[in-house]
Each structure stands twice: as structure tokens, then as C-alpha cells.
Write a protein that binds this ligand. Structure first.
Ligand SMILES: NC(=O)C1=CN([C@@H]2O[C@H](COP(=O)(O)OP(=O)(O)OC[C@H]3O[C@@H](n4cnc5c(N)ncnc54)[C@H](O)[C@@H]3O)[C@@H](O)[C@H]2O)C=CC1
Ligand SMILES: O=C(O)C(=O)COP(=O)(O)O
Length: 595
């Protein structure tokens, strides 16, 4: 599993809210190539509890191999058939929740978690039972297991197709009822018939492959599938209407989304060939079930074989289930021994990875960033957050921060630089110091939007060799006053800039003053009249107060005019120490900032 680590981006509110737990520093593998960064990254990439194991609630049956993996890392609570109320009660004690299709992970569940829930693992493909918006708003990562049950679902689709065509289920029931109805259960042949696969993704393409082996003519409709993938399987991609008009069999394999909800309805059934047969192993909600009953009664649809239903389980006296031309199975698509073991391992690995702070390759509501990209971006991720923090601390109280402009200067082609992580970190840096809101990679964009914070991103393409992903990052905050007037650019924005030198983030510009300070600890910025002895004067005030200076840099516009001195300090100076600095006659303004 390709997974990368960037724990601070996935750490969740209870890290802050639950100080009683002691948190261990774990250096994610993606960062081990930056040994010089270790100390600073340790501060950022704080992950799971050392003495408090996380708790994973497994709310539906999961294969043993997956449970074993989970137990190596977490306390595992297997509680099946919980009511919504019980789930909401339990969830506040859980760091992760694993479900299949039978559990509704509603907004209420996220709200009830009190910020503790870090990850929801869907042990399967469809995530229509998880309220993704609520998950994102709560900064909770959702991961699924998208590959391990593909073949099982495709095989079940083929099982339904063949058994429907030969009335296997109905004939079996009649034999068991003591009947011998050889004339009633005459079936239809598959060879030479047209099968329309609706949704040519993982399952759809496996169904297509198998149906071709049965001698069927296979067409597919999928607005997003590449034509060459279809060609490779020997399948022609057609329009929705053409698929409906030409198919003898229609097999549904698209996800349930607002766009696919009730996509088979009275209107679309009317466009089908009379006597069409429908197979659904996708989701019940893609069919208007009442319209399907009407189409069955009218003979438009000769038969339907359904594994999934709008409401599961459907009511016993549902006219659809009871229809003699309907074959129904209880959502068995993924239920083979092999698929369930595979899914269990796939989801357990994803959930454990996410709890460790890794970015899962199967994240549904967060960007998936390959390990090698993450490793390269690591110091820039730190830089981005610190620039955000710096910029916002320069804003004078009372000015609302509404608009942040981020400029990425790079010699790399725009396609070569994924800025989503950097943007998330800048948002984190800007928002966290001025609010109680917790920001991570999952909820960064949402949180910015919700607070009315506009983030404009700009790329500057530099000449030269694109050895580093970025030359510098600049963060500007517009329409605000600054508590440090020298931080304002000529065009009236607070402006800070930084770059990575030898793997270490450096602060390199404030307003129009160039400085050069490694971004560690805290920072004192002073504007002074440029004159000899200033460094010594400030240095000895700090030294007398036992404040260790890590870096000092002076940026000036011209000799003996104004200069900005940036002083990196390891320890927080006391108010008295800061006052003494401010009292130096040549100091015109100063500000103390936490990095
Ligand atoms: N019955 C069961 O136990 C199982 C059901 N499933 C369901 O099967 C479905 C497909 O799963 P996968 O193939 O793994 O997903 P997938 O994501 O690989 O494929 C879905 C395909 O549907 C396409 N699609 C999206 N909107 C469409 C539209 N309006 N019309 C036509 N195609 C559209 C997508 O482009 C994609 O190619 C999902 O709904 C999943 O939940 C999957 C596994 C087991
Ligand atoms: O993976 C899917 O989308 C499925 O529908 C399988 O559902 P299940 O895990 O068997 O409840």
C-alpha cells in the first residue's frame, strides 16, 4: 500500500482537547531522508499515544486477518448491530470506526464523537452510507477498501445474470415445494445477446470480461471511463440512451451519487427494449424501485436480479421482492471468504496507517499524495505552516483576516508541483493562532471557506534547474493593518517570504526587508535606525535574561537608514525583557512572534 506520513496534517482535535494522554513522537518514514530536519519535524509530526492505545470500534463483521492486524496496534471493540443511539454513545470513546454497508455513519455520529474520531474505515467500496461532508467538516479521514472485493462483486453479477436467465432461484424454490415445472422455467440464452454495463469501473470491467467469455456482445456506458480501457476489453463505450435502447441485459455498476440516484425510472424504462433483463449489484438507490415494479408488470422488464435495495433489508412484503420475476440476494456481492479476508486486511492497514498519521492511499476525503512527493515536500510543508503563523501574528488586533495570497516560486512545471498540502498547512498556520478551530488536511479547505477566508494561489515560473520543488513561498494578507508596520509591502499587504536551505525552512523576507533566520523557536522582529552596536545591545539584553539567541539577521534598505533585525530565540523572553528591547532609543517598533 502506498502510504505517506504527515501526521500533523491528519492529527485531530482531541490531540489538543485531551492533554491527559501522552503523545509519542513518531518519525514517519517519508521524512527519514531529512535527518537534519528531525528536531523540527518532531515538533510537527506528533502522533499516536504512547501509553494510551487507540480504540477501534468494528461495527460490522470483519475478517480475522484484519482484526489481528488491528489488535497489534489498537484496542479493538467488536460491537455489531448497534442502534444509531448506541453507536453515537460509543463513538466518543473511539479513535476509529470500521463499518461495511450496514451502518449509517451519519452527521450525528461525527457530532457525538466530540472530536475524538480520527478515521472511518469503510471495509468495502461504496461510501454512500458515510456522511462525507460531516466527516470532512469534523476533520475525520474516511478511507475505504476499493479493490479487494471487485472480483467477488463481478462474480456475483455474473451469478445473478446466469441464474436469472435460467430461472435457477425460482425453479429451485418450486422443486423444493414438490413441483416439477419443466415448461414454466424455460430460460433465455446468453450467447449473442447484448449486455450493457452501466459504470465501466473496476467491477463493471470485470463483469464485461466475464460476459464476453459467455459469448455476449458487451457495450458499456460510463461518462468518465477512458475509451482505450474499454477497447482493451473489447467493449464499445456508448451513450446512455444507446445502451438502454440496444441492451437485452443491463447490469448496473456505478456508485450511488446525486447524479445516479434513480437513474432507472419510468422515463428511462420506457426507452428500453421490451423484455430487457436488469442486474443490480451496485446500489439499490440507482433504481426507482416503484418504477421497476411498474416496468415488470408492464412487461418492459422481463426479469430483474437484485443484490442491493434502497432500504436494506427491504420489507418482507415489498412488491418488488415478492415479484415472481425478481431474484433477490441480501447484498452478497462482496461476501466471499476470499474477498472478506482481503477487504479486512486492506481496511485494517488503511486505518492503522491513518491512526499513525499516514496519508492513506485510499483516502476518500483527503488528497492522496505519493510517498516520494511527500518526502520531497516535507521541509516546505513546515515552511508553509510557519509562514502562515508568522503572517497572521503580524496582523493588528481588530483587522479581520479575509484574504490570503500565496505565491509559489518554482522552476518546476506547474503540473509537477502539488500545492494541496502546502495550501492546507498555510490555512492551518493562519487559522489556528487566531481561533479554537482545529485544522488538518481533511478540513483545511472547508474550514477556510467556512470562515470566509479566501486563499488565492499563484505560481511564478522561474528560470533555472528545477532541482528543488520550490525556490520560495510568499504569503500575503490583504486589507489588514499590521502591528509591525515594516511588514507591509509597498502595495499595502502584510508580506512574509521563506525558503528551504539545506533542508531547513528559513524566513527570508518581511515587507520589503530581506532577513535570513532559520524558522525555529520564536522570533523577535525590530525595526531600528541602522547604526553600529545594535546587535550587541539587543543581544546582551537577551543574554542577561538567559534567552538563547539561535540566529540574527539584519535587513536594511540603505546604510544608516531603517533596518529590520530578525532575532531567532530558543526561549520565550519575559515581558520585562521585551520592554527593555522596546526601550532602546533606536528601536522604532518591534514584535515578538511564535513560530
Ligand atoms: N453488491 C456489493 O456487495 C458490492 C457493490 N459494489 C458497488 O459497485 C459499484 C461499483 O464499484 P467499483 O467498480 O468498485 O467502483 P469504481 O469506482 O471502480 O467504478 C464506478 C464507475 O462508475 C462510473 N460512473 C460514475 N457515474 C456514472 C454515471 N452517471 N453513469 C455511468 N457510470 C458512472 C465511474 O466513472 C466509474 O468508472 C459501487 O456502487 C459499489 O458500491 C461494489 C462491491 C460490492
Ligand atoms: O463494497 C461495497 O460497495 C459493497 O457493497 C459491499 O458491501 P458489504 O461490505 O458487503 O456490506
Amino acid at each position: 500500500m502506498a502510504a505517506s506520513s504527515i501526521s500533523s496534517l491528519l492529527s485531530t482535535p482531541n490531540l489538543k482537547k485531551n492533554p491527559s494522554l501522552s503523545w509519542k513522537v513518531s518519525m514517519p518514514s517519508a521524512f527519514t531522508s531529512f535527518p537534519q530536519q528531525t528536531r523540527k519535524l518532531e515538533k510537527m509530526f506528533v502522533v499516536m499515544a504512547m501509553d494510551a492505545k487507540p480504540t477501534v470500534l468494528v461495527a460490522e463483521k470483519l475478517g480475522a486477518a484484519g482484526l489481528d492486524l488491528l489488535k497489534e496496534f489498537a484496542n479493538v471493540d467488536c460491537s455489531y448491530n448497534l442502534t444509531q443511539e448506541e453507536l453515537c454513545t460509543k463513538i466518543s470513546l473511539c479513535d476509529a470506526l470500521i463499518v461495511r454497508s450496514g451502518t449509517k455513519v451519519s452527521r450525528e455520529v461525527f457530532e457525538s464523537s466530540g472530536g475524538r474520531l480520527k478515521v472511518v474505515g469503510r471495509a468495502g467500496v461504496g461510501i454512500d452510507n458515510v456522511d462525507l461532508s460531516a466527516a470532512t467538516e469534523h476533520g475525520c479521514l474516511v478511507v475505504n477498501a476499493p479493490t479487494a472485493n471487485t472480483v467477488a462483486a463481478a462474480e456475483h453479477g455474473i451469478a445473478l445474470l446466469t441464474s436469472m436467465a435460467r430461472n435457477v432461484a425460482q425453479a429451485d424454490a418450486s422443486v423444493k415445494a414438490g413441483k416439477w415445472l419443466r415448461n414454466k422455467y424455460v430460460g433465455v440464452s446468453l450467447v449473442g445477446k447484448t449486455l450493457a454495463v452501466m459504470g465501466f469501473g473496476k467491477v463493471g470491467s470485470e463483469v464485461a470480461r466475464r460476459a464476453k467469455g459467455l459469448g455476449m456482445h458487451v457495450i458499456a456506458h460510463d461518462p468518465y471511463a477512458p475509451a482505450d480501457r474499454a477497447r482493451a476489453v473489447g467493449v464499445e463505450l456508448v451513450s446512455f440512451d444507446e445502451a438502454l435502447a440496444t441492451a437485452d441485459f443491463i447490469s448496473l455498476h456505478m456508485p450511488l451519487t446525486p447524479a445516479t440516484s434513480k437513474v432507472l425510472n419510468d422515463e428511462t424504462f420506457a426507452k428500453m427494449k421490451k423484455g430487457v433483463r436488469i442486474i443490480n449489484v451496485a446500489r439499490g438507490g440507482v433504481i426507482d424501485e416503484e418504477a421497476l415494479v411498474r416496468a415488470l408488470n408492464a412487461g418492459i422488464v422481463a426479469q430483474a436480479a437484485l443484490d442491493v435495495f434502497t432500504v436494506e433489508p427491504p420489507s418482507k412484503d415489498s412488491p418488488l421482492i415478492q415479484h415472481e420475476n425478481v431474484t433477490a440476494t441480501p447484498h452478497l456481492g462482496a461476501s466471499t471468504m476470499e474477498a472478506q479476508e482481503g477487504v479486512a486486511i486492506e481496511i485494517a492497514e488503511a486505518v492503522v496507517g491513518a491512526l499513525k498519521g499516514e496519508l492513506a492511499a485510499t483516502a476518500v476525503n483527503a488528497p492522496m499524495v505519493p510517498a516520494e512527493v511527500l518526502s520531497e515536500l516535507a521541509p516546505y510543508v513546515v515552511l508553509a505552516e510557519k509562514l502562515g503563523r508568522l503572517a497572521v501574528q503580524l496582523v493588528a488586533g481588530g483587522s479581520g483576516v479575509k484574504s490570503v495570497k500565496v505565491t509559489y516560486a518554482s522552476a518546476r512545471a506547474p503540473d509537477d508541483l502539488d500545492t494541496r498540502l502546502l495550501r492546507a498547512m498555510i490555512i492551518k498556520g493562519v487559522i489556528e493562532p487566531i481561533s479554537s478551530v482545529f485544522v488538518n488536511l481533511v478540513n483545511a479547505d472547508f474550514t477556510a471557506k467556512q470562515r470566509g477566508l479566501r486563499i488565492a494561489e499563484e505560481r511564478i515560473l522561474l528560470d533555472g534547474s528545477p532541482e528543488n520543488p520550490l525556490e520560495y513561498i510568499q504569503v500575503q494578507i490583504a486589507n489588514v493593518e499590521s502591528k509591525f508596520a515594516s511588514a507591509m509591502s509597498d502595495s499595502g499587504e502584510i508580506k512574509v517570504e521563506g525558503m528551504v536551505k539545506d533542508g531547513i525552512p528559513h524566513f527570508t523576507k518581511v515587507g520589503s526587508f530581506e532577513v535570513d533566520v532559520s524558522m525555529e523557536g520564536s522570533l523577535i522582529l525590530c525595526r531600528q535606525v541602522d547604526q553600529p552596536g545594535m546587535i550587541g545591545t539587543v543581544g546582551s539584553i537577551l543574554g542577561d535574561s538567559n534567552v538563547n539567541v539561535s540566529f540574527m539577521s539584519v535587513g536594511r534598505v540603505a546604510p544608516r537608514k531603517h533596518a529590520v533585525m530578525a532575532i531567532g530565540v530558543d526561549d520565550q523572553p519575559s515581558k520585562e525583557t521585551l520592554k527593555k528591547i522596546g526601550d532602546i532609543p533606536a528601536i522604532e517598533e518591534f514584535v515578538y512572534l511564535k513560530l
